[in-house]
Structures are given as C-alpha cells and as structure tokens.
Design a protein around this ligand. Structure first.
Ligand SMILES: Cc1cc2nc3c(=O)[nH]c(=O)nc-3n(C[C@H](O)[C@H](O)[C@H](O)COP(=O)(O)O)c2cc1C
Length: 202
C-alpha cells in the first residue's frame, strides 16, 4: 500500500534572514544542513585564528576543491584573503562545547586556539596550523572567491589531507562511530552522525 503523502506548505524565497548564519525562511529553519568544521587561518602578523563554519562542501575532484561561505567581516575571510591559505579541521561531537566557544572569541589575540582549549598542530604544507584534537584536516590554498553582499564563498585547492589512523580502521560503522561528525541544526543545536548503514544493493 502506498504511504499517504504529507501536506506541503510553499514559501516564496527572496532571501534568508541573517540570524546565526542559518537559513531561516519566514521564521522556520530550513532542514538543509551543513557539517560543522573548524577553520584555522593566520593573520598578517602570523597570529592563528580559529572559527567554526557549517556552510561547507567538497565541490570538485580534479583538482580537489572545497568551498565554504563566510561573512566578509569575519577574521577568517580577512585572513584568507591576506595569506591565501587555510585549514579545514573536522571535529567530533566531543568538541561541540569548544566549537561554540571558538565562535564567541573575537579579536586578534595570540593563543586563540589554546583559549578555546584546543592544541595547534604544525601543518605539512602550510604555515597555518591544524588542530590536534580534530580527527581530519584539509590544508588548502585559496583558489577563488565569489561575493554576495555580506558573504564570501571561499574556494580552496586541497594540498594535503590528514586523518587519524583510527578513522581508517574497521567497518564503516566503526569508523563513523569514531569520527562522530557533527552538523549545525539551529541556534545552539547540533546533530551527531552515530551510525553508518549500508543500503541493500542486491
Ligand atoms: C556551529 C556554528 C557554525 C557556524 N557556521 C558559520 C558559517 O557557515 N559561516 C559563517 O560566516 N559563520 C558561521 N558561524 C559563526 C562564526 O563562527 C562566528 O561569527 C565567529 O565569531 C567568526 O569568527 P572569525 O571572525 O574569527 O572568523 C558559525 C557558528 C557556529 C557556532
């Protein structure tokens, strides 16, 4: 028997409201979610900065391109436009509190990564550090940008990928259980990927 299709409500979209950088349309949170990442950058004086972002994706394979959206006024955007490089660090659910703490730190103080309770880890290809507690990292050079009013989409060419050994061991279920990837749902709320299931392709 066919399942009854639910009633739909349609909204004309002219733009999204600027609340918590989340797609809020006519007062409701649209359920298109993005993975939470921590972006590390350096300013002109080589001082490291860390900030969470969630409008992010892998965008091309050859070359390997990743992109994310950032407010133009944020230090992350300013630093990347200055230095031409950044690191995408992948946190697990155990770092959620620190992720939010990182979003609250403003300014260009030295030791921002440590203030959040995280540890800078030397990168392989870049001067910008990775974050030791994150389970995977993409070291990127700035490739292209596209600006829409207050936001800038930053495209980076991936120069090096690193990942914890444990995230490569075992079944997909075991690997994702280790990674505990997180997504931004709405203000102060995140989701955790706790299982990996296989579709039956027989
Ligand atoms: C979970 C989470 C996800 C976020 N995602 C984004 C995002 O995708 N784009 C953005 O511009 N800001 C995002 N923010 C807000 C920034 O992290 C925040 O404004 C931060 O202070 C910017 O720091 P910066 O000036 O050092 O770049 C997010 C915040 C949180 C807590």
């Amino acid at each position: 028997m066919r399942k009854k299709l639910e009633d739909k409500i349609d909204f004309e979209v002219k733009g999204m409201q600027e609340i918590n950088t989340f797609p809020l349309i006519n007062g409701f949170h649209f359920p298109l979610i993005g993975q939470i990442i921590l972006v590390t950058t350096l300013n002109r004086q080589q001082i490291p900065n860390v900030a969470p972002k969630s409008w992010v994706s892998i965008l091309a394979r050859q070359p390997a391109i990743v992109g994310f959206s950032c407010n133009v006024a944020h230090d992350t955007a300013k630093n990347i436009l200055t230095t031409g490089e950044f690191v995408i660090n992948i946190p697990g659910a155990e770092l959620a509190e620190k992720v939010w703490k990182a979003s609250e730190l403003k300014g260009q103080d030295a030791g921002e990564i440590q203030k959040v309770g995280l540890t800078p880890l030397k990168s392989v290809k870049l001067t910008t550090p990775r974050i030791a507690e994150c389970k995977a990292h993409l070291e990127c050079s700035l490739d292209w940008t596209k600006k829409y009013r207050d936001e800038i989409i930053i495209f980076g060419k991936v120069l090096l990928a690193s990942i914890d050994k444990k995230a490569l061991e075992g079944t997909p279920e075991e690997r994702y259980k280790y990674l505990k990837l997180i997504t931004y749902l709405e203000d102060g709320t995140y989701g955790v990927i706790k299982t990996a299931m296989k579709v039956d392709q027989s």
